[in-house]
Design a protein around this ligand. Sequence first.
Ligand code: SAH
Ligand code: SF4
Length: 399
Amino acid sequence: MHPVARFPEEWKESLAARGERPFRAQQIFKWIHARGVLEPERMTDVPEALRSWVREEGVPLVAETAEIHRSSDATRKLLLRMSDGATIETVVIPANKGNEQDADLAGVDDEEDDERNTDDLATGNVILAESARGTGRPGGTKGQGARVTQCISTQVGCAMGCIFCASGVAGLKRHLGAHEIVAQVILGRRALEPSEELRNIVLMGMGEPLHNYEPVARALRLLTHPMGMNLSPRRITVSTSGLVPEIERLGRDFAGQIGLAVSLHAADDAKRTALMPVNRKYPLAQLMAALRAYPLPKRRRIFIEYTLVAGKNDDLDEARQVSRLLKGLPVKINLIPMNPIEASSLGTPPMERVYAFQQLLIDDGYTCFVRKRRGDDVAAACGQLALLGAKPRIRSRPS
Ligand code: SAH
Ligand code: SF4
């Protein structure tokens, strides 16, 4: 196991093999995960010889920040280079206060705010996040820091082949390891201002998290480890195109504590399959059954993401079908006007269509937001920045 993905017990084993004392395991784990230190020379209470070994194990090499693009709305997009040269992106998104109309969200209800339920959140490839009701508390959990949501990637490219998505068009290049998923958060925290606090994590960057289940699950356990970053699982949201067996597995493995966002994009099978080939394998009836069975804690809801693509899934009939399909499920719906991507001529519907779609769902009693795009001036859509950096071969790869 890569050292950045080791649990304390696993450190203990590798240390024991070297004749080291067991308490060193916790020390090293805490440096990496609680303090975010990947440089052995900064692990000051670890003896010199052990530090050199930690270096040889490859801890410092997991990933480096190659570029940081900061947009005018303070969203930061980090381009990270992995040790094999692959590039991925992660986005740090501060919550904007006071903009109520666009609330967005995909993510995470605020645990301590259960009653008031601020819908804080975030997401997206780049997109969005506002406080839904604009009434969020001033600070974060611990301090008064501005709340930040980080969007992380789980694969280089994606095998699911959604036709409106840059990662999907590029195809899957490789999975990320748990160490590379966690390293995004470690490096992302370094890009925070002192006044900011990482509050939510969304797995909505490049890749299909549930197509890389084991490493993703390990990363979730590391991020929530009490001796490490100790993030609440409820502040982490996994976004999926709808891999039914893995939705069930996630629900079981984490007892429903991890937030779930599902990319719907159409309410009938033919349309959905045309946009996202994964629907052929897991059609809507199966997907809906998996959502109904997800062991959601009380007062929590599943986020439904719906990317509106001009002329494909944006008319009012479609909105009516969405309304029928989701009836009775505890959901919040996020409409995402498609971000144009270079590899496709598909485009964004006019905003009046977007708002009409939203209004129909609101009139039917749903909580429904239009996600505001964030960080538009630093990169357009899903995966684009990293893909530009990596200059992939563009090919389509239906699943
Ligand atoms: N693979 C997962 C998570 C990553 S994609 C999933 O599909 O859910 C995260 C979200 O970004 C998805 O809802 C996807 O539909 C959306 N997305 C991808 N490309 C987009 C684009 N060009 N414009 C708007 N949203 C896009
Ligand atoms: Fe993959 Fe999600 Fe993009 Fe579809 S939208 S291709 S599942 S990253």
